[in-house]
Each structure stands twice: as structure tokens, then as C-alpha cells.
Design a protein around this ligand. Structure first.
Ligand code: AMP
Length: 439
């Protein structure tokens, strides 16, 4: 299925049926959205009806508009006067700074024709707090935030969350993960219990789904994640670890892709891969959390504008980032979390375009890739690239062949110590009884 969403229909009947405000419909038309996507058709009516929503849909399927459009509609329909107080009306929590910028831009775009103007604000770490404090004066109709900076601002009374009427968790599985647990519970304690809660994510692992129930009231559950809906073709090449960069260069050169997003597992790994690509004559930039926020913004903008051909990134680029027509994503190393695999490959094949995701797996990753397949109920054929075939056996320096620590010598384990103590006790007991009898 490779048809562009923009060619789905010749008119915007679909959106009109959703009964959105004329100023929103006008903007949708300007943007060339002819028809709501599947997630939009199902989520928008539920959000408009004031219900809680738990929505899972493939990444790139128009999730942002699925919550942004009805949220804007409700704000227009029920304008709230903040009377100079610094209340936030709608709070959208996102896991990364880049996503905060992107979601805010989407809100700004969708609200471009709305009058009187709504106040949309974004707060996230890595940049000066002062300008964000100033921007929050008088509160905001929609506040898009990463949790840490939001709490800093709340603690300095720059924003008041006690009147939040709608709380949105974008990339909800990540927001509900252990890494954000403390910050999220602090924020949940600050927003009213009576509110509308919307959770959107491409993936909802079972353990996360169990937590969602705590935060949602009779939610409308929407699941639009059929494998056949995905427009991303997935390929897997097995390769010796020490041949990975050479294979990566070969793939980039041979295929002459316009742009490639390469994922590595860690910051230093990104740096190493980019350096090796440069040596092979391929210009590449890196994107990870050691970069200053200014540099991160610049690199992402340049990549989105097609000015950077190869970007080597950690998982901070895995979620939500919308890069139009990105032809290919390469997993140079696999993500630790199986969910991140789906998020990574979803950077390609967005908005109905076709995409390609290639994973280069070496012997030490074979098992982990099986775990990823199991989680996503997929099974991909392993391929070999001529000239870069993986050895049958893991090479001697492969971590998967490193000797496991020796088991404790027989008879010295905890179980044995317990047994030995019991046996000793029995012997002493017998000796005691014997000596008593002799007396
Ligand atoms: P998202 O999943 O929200 O990141 O959206 C992915 C891309 O789809 C963005 O570039 C949107 O502009 C685009 N998009 C969202 N909804 C529609 C629609 N109904 N028709 C066409 N494009 C859309």
C-alpha cells in the first residue's frame, strides 16, 4: 500500500463529517489533507465526545492531528478566560525535546486560521528557561512539554496545572515507562483528577497497557496496527560485527539513497560509525544527547530539509520525528527495547509513503532480534549480502563467544551450604542425645 494520504480522495467530505470547526476545516484543506486517516476517523469523534482514549496506530499515520484537531475544536467551542492567571488548559506530554518542537509546530499549523488566536506554548530542557518563563506569562491554551522542564517551571510558579482539562500523552508507552515514572506521577498529582486523558502511541507493550488502566476512565480503545497497513518493507542482513561499517558504506553507495537515517546503540558508537563513513568518502552527521540543543535543532532541521544525506543517531531520533519521504532507515545496531525497533523503522514510510528498514545483525544480536520479532509478531528472512556474508560460527572476538563465568565448584553453592548446615545440626543433635543417654 503505497498511495500517498494526500491522494486518498478528491474532496474533504471525510473531515466535514467529523464536524470540526470551519476554521480548522479551512486549514486542513490548505494543507491538502483530503481524507482523515484511519486513526483520525476513529479518535476525533471520541475526543470530541469528551471520552478518554487509548490509541495505538502505526507511526506516521497522522496521530498528531488525531488529537490536535479535536483538542483545538474544543478550545474554540469552549473558550476559557485565564484572566491573566498562568493556567494551562490542555497539557501535552512528550518524551523528547525534538518531539516537543514538532508537536507544537503541528498545533500552530492546525490553528493557523483560528481567531481569536489561541495561545500555544512549548517547554523543554536543554535551552534557557527564561524565555519559556516569559512565554508562560498569562498561561497557555495548549502547553506541549517534556516532563522535567515542566516540573521545574511549575515549581517556580511559572505555570499552574490545576485547571488542566485535557491531558495528552504522546508516545505514551515511553511516557509510562520506568524512566519517566517519578516525573509523571509528580505531574499527575498536579493536574485535576477529573479530566480527559488521551494516550497515543505506535506501540503498547502488555506491561504498559496494564498501567494505562490506572490513568484512564472507561477509555475508547483504538487499535490500528495491522501489519499489512505498514508501508515499510523490512529487511535483515546477517553480517560479522567487524564488517558492519563496510557493509553500511556499500549499501549507501550502491543504492544511492537520497537520504539515510542510521541508528546506533550509543553516542560513541554513532561517532565511530560517522567517522568511518567519512573515511569511506560518505559525509555523515551525528545526532545524540551529547550535542548541545542548538546543534540538535540545526542538524534535525537540515536533515528534514534534505541538506544532510546521512544521519547517524541514537534512539533520541527514534520517536515521533516526522521526516517527509525518508526512503530508508538502517539499524546499524539493534535497539535495546523491542518497542524502539518499531519506532525507529517508522521514521521511514510516513504518511502513506513507502519506506525501507534494514537491520544489520551480527552473531551477538541474533537472539535479541528474535526477541524483537516475537514481540511484534513478525518473522523476517535472514539475508546475506554478497561479499559481506556472516560466518556460520561467531568469530572468536564476538561477545557471544566470550566465555561465561565459571559456575561455582560443586558443593559450594547456597543450596549445598543449607544442606550441610542441616546435616551438621542432625549430627550434633544425635551426639547430644547419645551423651545424655550415657549420663
Ligand atoms: P504524524 O503521524 O502525526 O507524525 O503524521 C505524519 C504525517 O502525516 C505528517 O507529515 C502529517 O502532516 C501527515 N498527515 C496527517 N494527517 C493527514 C491526512 N489526513 N492527510 C494527509 N496527510 C496527513
Amino acid at each position: 500500500m503505497s498511495t500517498s494520504l494526500k491522494n486518498n480522495s478528491a474532496n474533504n467530505d471525510g473531515f466535514e463529517q467529523l464536524q470540526l470547526m470551519p476554521s480548522i476545516l479551512k486549514r486542513i484543506q490548505q494543507l491538502g489533507y483530503n481524507k482523515p486517516t484511519a486513526i483520525q476517523s476513529r479518535a476525533i469523534p471520541a475526543v470530541l465526545a469528551g471520552q478518554d482514549v487509548l490509541a495505538g496506530a502505526n507511526t506516521g499515520s497522522g496521530k498528531t492531528a488525531a488529537f490536535a484537531l479535536p483538542v483545538l475544536h474544543s478550545l474554540i467551542q469552549n473558550p476559557v478566560s485565564r484572566k491573566g492567571a498562568n493556567y494551562a488548559q490542555v497539557l501535552v506530554l512528550v518524551p523528547t525535546r525534538e518531539l516537543a518542537v514538532q508537536v507544537t509546530e503541528s498545533f500552530q499549523s492546525y490553528a493557523a486560521e483560528v481567531t481569536p488566536k489561541l495561545k500555544l506554548a512549548a517547554v523543554f530542557g536543554g535551552v534557557s528557561v527564561n524565555s519559556q518563563m516569559l512565554a508562560l506569562r498569562g498561561g497557555a491554551d495548549v502547553l506541549v512539554a517534556t516532563p522535567g522542564r515542566l516540573l521545574d517551571l511549575q515549581q517556580s510558579n511559572a505555570i499552574n496545572l490545576s485547571k488542566v482539562s485535557t491531558l495528552v500523552l504522546d508516545e505514551a508507552d515511553r511516557m509510562l515507562s520506568l524512566g519517566f515514572a517519578d516525573e509523571l506521577s509528580a505531574i499527575l498529582a498536579l493536574v485535576p483528577k477529573q479530566r480527559q486523558t488521551l494516550m497515543f502511541s505506535a506501540t503498547f507493550p502488555d506491561e504498559v497497557k496494564a498501567i494505562t488502566a490506572k490513568h484512564l476512565q472507561s477509555p475508547v480503545e483504538i487499535e490500528i496496527q495491522r501489519a499489512d497497513e505498514s508501508t515499510v518493507q523490512q529487511q535483515v542482513y546477517t553480517v560479522n560485527r567487524n564488517q558492519k561499517t563496510a557493509l553500511l558504506s556499500e549499501l549507501i553507495k550502491q543504492n544511492q539513497w537520497r537520504q539515510v537515517l542510521v541508528f546506533a546503540s550509543a553516542k560513541n558508537s554513532c561517532n565511530r560509525v560517522a567517522q568511518k563513513l567519512e573515511k569511506a568518502g560518505i559525509s555523515a552527521q551525528v545526532f545524540h544527547s551529547d550535542k548541545a540543543q542548538g546543534a540538535r535543532n540545526r542538524i534535525l532541521t537540515e536533515f528534514k530539509q534534505g541538506e544532510i544525506a546521512v544521519l547517524v543517531a541514537t534512539d533520541i531520533a527514534a520517536r515521533g520525528i516526522d521526516i517527509a519521504k525518508l526512503p530508508v532507515v538502517i539499524n546499524y545496531e539493534l535497539p535495546r527495547s523491542p518497542s524502539d525497533y518499531m519506532h525507529r523503522i517508522g521514521r521511514s514510510g510516513r504518511a502513506g509513503e513507502t519506506g525501507l528498514a534494514i537491520s544489520l545483525i551480527s552473531h551477538d544480536e541474533y537472539h535479541h532480534f528474535k526477541v524483537i520479532e516475537k514481540r511484534h509478531k513478525i518473522r523476517l528472512p535472514r539475508q546475506q549480502y554478497v561479499g559481506f556474508e556472516a560466518d556460520d560460527e561467531a568469530p572468536a572476538d564476538c561477545p557471544s563467544r566470550q566465555e561465561k563465568p565459571q559456575a561455582k565448584p560443586a558443593g559450594t553453592g547456597k543450596k549445598h551450604r543449607k544442606k550441610a548446615a542441616q546435616a551438621n545440626q542432625a549430627v550434633w543433635q544425635q551426639a547430644k542425645l547419645k551423651s545424655q543417654a550415657e549420663k
